[in-house]
Design a protein around this ligand. Sequence first.
Ligand SMILES: *[C@@H]1O[C@H](CO)[C@@H](O)[C@H](O)[C@H]1NC(C)=O
Ligand SMILES: *[C@@H]1O[C@H](CO)[C@@H](O)[C@H](O)[C@H]1NC(C)=O
Length: 480
Amino acid sequence: MLFRNRFLLLLALAALLAFVSLSLQFFHLIPVSTAKNEVSSKSRKRIMPDPVTEPPVMDPVYEARLYCNIPSVAERSMEGHAPHHFKLVSVHVFIRHGDRYPLYAIPKTKRLEIDCTLVANRKPYHPKLEAFVSHMAKGSGASFESPLHSLPLYPSHLLCEMGELTQTGVVQHLQNGQLLRDIYLKKHKLLPTDWSADHLYLETTGKSRTLQSGLALLYGFLPDFDWKKVYFRHQPSALFCSGNCYCPMRNQYLEKEQRRQYLLRLKNSQLERTYGEMAKIVDIPTKQLRAANPIDSMLCHFCHNISFPCTGNGCIAMEHFKVIKTHQIEDERERREKKLYLGYALLGAHPILNQTISRMQRAVEGRKEEIFALYSAHDVTLSPILSALGLAEARFPRFAARLIFELWQDREKPSEHSVRILYNGVDVTFHTSFCQEHRKHSHKPMCPLENLVHFVKKDMFAALGSSGTNYYEACHKEGF
Ligand SMILES: *[C@@H]1O[C@H](CO)[C@@H](O)[C@H](O)[C@H]1NC(C)=O
Ligand SMILES: *[C@@H]1O[C@H](CO)[C@@H](O)[C@H](O)[C@H]1NC(C)=O
């Protein structure tokens, strides 16, 4: 009990580091001054805060490195861990696209030069990189749902376009795919040898970086990448809400959350001064600089070890970073207290979670279709799902983040099915709000499927505090 309290305290502390914002994330201004810490930071590479190994205070460089997720040695992962008498029934994978070129440029600075072609003599590298390129180059006959067929199948520009996946991004997902293949296909034989397109369910948003990330993962994952068996559906909404996107209450929560964010920012005069200084350096009005979302670009500088931009007026500096970072931590703390984001997340994540449990229930009934589902998505997809599941302490989705739902059957009690939830290889099943209690009463290393089903069908709406008892009611009634 004492340990648990301390653990929770540390979780809360570490949660300050896990800033969840729609698009503003971690960045920092001194490229890679921490090479000496390499070994220790690798061994600390955890997703849920680990009270034993986490740094005791917020370290922006450490956080930024986790966010970049630069491929290195194979990581430890807990996917596929189950007692021998458990059989793997289906796997549902949600990924964020890999490393990408910024979506915004810092005005009046030199365009950041990153090469988006895929070449063997550049790091990071993956043994399947060349084969991936040549296979994608032959994939022009691929039949994807419109408008996906008009997207390029791999990145290829000498100077990256805005938002384009980089070689780092491709390698991250080749590595994800290889890891999942070793566990799910080689070890657990999820797919039969004569697998077909029906065994897969593939869905991506309409951005080249998500389609390409999905293709790279599948190229690392599938035993043979047959274009006839790979069919991607197009998802127009970043929430993957398909036909159930209309939800006025969700938008209300989001607007209130954005207003909260705005008011907190106004209170921070130091932050305002910092934006002012940065704006002076690039010689534009402060408002315009803020609107240009400089963090996105600075993060890319950091991940690619390229120094931050300078002008005749000076350079963007570490002090600026510290101020903005501190503000993010305060913002995150307030976000949790006010729970407006949770309201948004519960309603935003319901449709995709509902779809996932339906797919699981079909697998339980013995159907063999769609036993491997892949959703290639964004930070704004994974973030609400994590929050809705009660994993608010989880870090903001890094590049190539993966959230996995595994469905298992107990061979000794074939009617019993269980789920495991993994975030970047870490088993977070018992951190979820639908399974925290279960652990106290059971020695099983996973959670009954019924818990997840009950959560999605009922408890999600109770957590909203609204009088609604289903999605449609909750979407139209005030809560909290
Ligand atoms: C980062 O860049 C600096 C020089 O710009 C170089 O000395 C250093 O080795 C680079 N670090 C990595 C990890 O590539
Ligand atoms: C939830 O899933 C069921 C079964 O697939 C479906 O009929 C229903 O429309 C879904 N509801 C929402 C809100 O997504």
